[in-house]
Design a protein around this ligand. Structure first.
Ligand code: RIB
Length: 314
């Protein structure tokens, strides 16, 4: 069972600042930090660190940022046979992280935006699951989903950032992951999170997970609703927390974990990722996730809805 990630690869240029600048404002921040990022690469690394066998299809440029962009993927052992070096700059993300850990990100897509369906694998048979995001041209994402479903793969889409709703793409998705603004963009009309998520089930996905930041996440399937609390942590940097959730969830599903346990492990991993700076640099290993769950008191486990995971899956 192998996970294929078709997604973006960036180098992240991050500055910590007292607050996120308002339009027209200049804020003096700290030293710049250059680290590996991109939602595709981040999710591939999170899945690999959680124990999955992972391959990435993506693109970088032949420039000095390539090395920083690929460092985490190489270190985590992600198969880069599907990586293309294009005549374009490596994707860059300009990130401001404010005091409370929240961030603002502008992406210069570079090589990511030059990908076409020709860069996709022709044979999806070696893979069991496909994980997609919203940072590649939508035609590439849609074609990857179509080929994967035709080959019988489970398709997870983290619609971040949200592009225009694409019924053809959503129809190919097995599990959709969004945050609250992305949910609102895909299921306009307002209402409760659960009702909005349920409305999206009608467009194709068998499951919709809404990540709610410090409030945890909510997942709906045709038959069930799974609310999940987040571990209470003091956030240092939330960059890549959503990617950690998506990557670890995919890794758990590849390993055959039932959905409730997979969601809880992904939630713990995402909380842990907020306690350290950076995206890939902050992601926990399988051992760290298991140690954290193992070290929680029974009361805390129960409060977070984790006791069942330990007893059922542990
Ligand atoms: O989700 C966080 C990521 O978004 C960053 O690593 C940045 O590269 C952007 O793609």
């Amino acid at each position: 069972m192998t996970l294929l990630v078709v997604g973006s690869v960036n180098a992240d240029l991050t500055v910590r600042a007292p607050h996120i600048p308002a339009p027209g404002e200049t804020v003096l921040g700290g030293d710049v930090r250059v680290s590996p990022g991109g939602k595709g690469a981040n999710q591939a690394v999170a899945a690999a660190l959680a124990g999955a066998r992972v391959a990435l299809c993506g693109a970088v440029g032949a420039d000095p940022f390539q090395e920083a962009a690929l460092r985490g993927l190489t270190r985590a052992g992600v198969d880069l046979g599907g990586l293309h070096t294009l005549d374009a700059p490596t994707g860059l993300a300009l990130i401001t992280v404010a005091q409370g850990g929240e961030n603002a990100i502008t992406v210069a897509s570079g090589a990511n935006a030059r990908m076409t369906p020709e860069h996709l694998p022709t044979d999806f048979a070696p893979f069991s699951h496909l994980l997609l995001q919203g940072e590649l041209p939508v035609g590439v994402t849609r074609e990857a989903a179509r080929r994967a479903r035709a080959a019988g793969l489970t398709v997870l889409l983290n619609a971040a950032p949200v592009q225009a709703p694409d019924p053809e793409l959503l129809a190919q998705v097995t599990h959709l992951l969004v945050n609250e603004p992305e949910l609102a963009a895909l299921a306009p009309g307002g209402g409760e999170v659960e009702a909005q998520a349920r409305a999206l089930l009608a467009s194709g996905p068998h499951a919709v997970t809404v990540t709610l930041g410090a409030r945890g996440s909510l997942t709906v399937t045709g038959a069930e609703t799974y609310p999940l609390a987040a571990l209470p942590v003091i956030p240092v940097d939330t960059t890549g927390a959503g990617d950690t959730f998506a990557g670890v969830l995919a890794a758990e599903l590849v390993a055959g974990s039932p959905l409730p346990g997979a969601l809880r492990t992904a939630g713990v991993a995402a909380s842990l990722a907020c306690t350290r700076p950076g995206a890939q640099d902050a992601m926990p290993t399988r051992e760290e996730i298991d140690n954290l769950i193992g070290g929680l008191s029974d009361d805390n486990l129960r409060r977070l809805g984790l006791s069942k995971v330990v007893r059922e899956d542990g």
